[in-house]
Design a binder for this molecule. Sequence first.
Ligand code: ADE
Ligand code: ZN
Length: 332
Amino acid sequence: MQQLELIRAIPKAELHVHIEGTFEPELMFEIAQRNQIAIPYKSIEEIREAYNFHNLQSFLDIYYAGAAVLIHEQDFYDLAWAYFKKCHEDQVVHTEIFFDPQTHTERGVAFATFFNGFMRACADAKTQFGISSHLIMCFLRHLSEEAAFETLAQAQAFKDDIIAVGLDSSELGHPPEKFERVFAEAAQQGYLLVAHAGEEGPAEYVWQALDVLKVNRIDHGVRSEEDPVLLERLRAEAMPLTVCPLSNLKLCVVDDMQQHNIQRLLQQGLCVMVNSDDPSYFGGYMNDNFIAIAEALNLSNEEIKQLAINSFNASFIDSDQKTKWIEKIQQL
Ligand code: ADE
Ligand code: ZN
């Protein structure tokens, strides 16, 4: 099979996507107008022109500003539904979606408002496209431990529909250990655990995510390569790293896609896979990410298949589902 055809046809799971990061300028403009919220851009083109990031913080400033136009349940539904349409185009058959409650509750939007919008879109994606999904609630790490505990309490009524808690936002200066107690409490309550670590932050933050937070997956984790002992631990435990190539390029975690380490990590036997992170901001969805690394790193078809297999192995779906999808990939 031609490689482009394989990339398009292969079933994939997405494990690292922020729903607020799928907000396309066209939809942002439309929702801002219907909610009569002023944004500092006169046109869709101006929004796109503002996407000139040089690090994580310069991106986050624009990302939080964009999310501020989301007010009503329908806004959150529209946001998530637009993402599911992209999944359908890209043959993403399962997705585990991050959402940032504090980005919305801090503006006075009730937990039920965004959560019900997301849930309704997830249900429609299942019936209309056959796409399965989970929701992962992230704590903003630039905010306090106390604020994270408050968010955990607000989520109580929705707990059965949230598979895991995560940790995102500004990494440097906000090490995982800051959230040790809230992650322990979340585990007690039955949540699975993930955390962003080793994106801009050092390998030390990945150690903390493993040993202090006791996560089931590391989000990003690409800077683990700086520590061979850590790499061996990740390999031995088959600890997934949810790698996001176009994000790393756009936020200058790597200077050039040809220098991206996803292929090296894969070849060393780590459980890495491809994800889009904030696709509206970083230049592409799942298949765009696959195409970018396949071209830059000259990936083989076998490597593409292994990345897709890893995405299901690292997902939080049950083992029958994993087997079903992995067998389909192996037949391609
Ligand atoms: N929030 C949205 N995208 C993020 C990223 N790549 N890193 C940390 N926080 C984020
Ligand atoms: Zn992320």
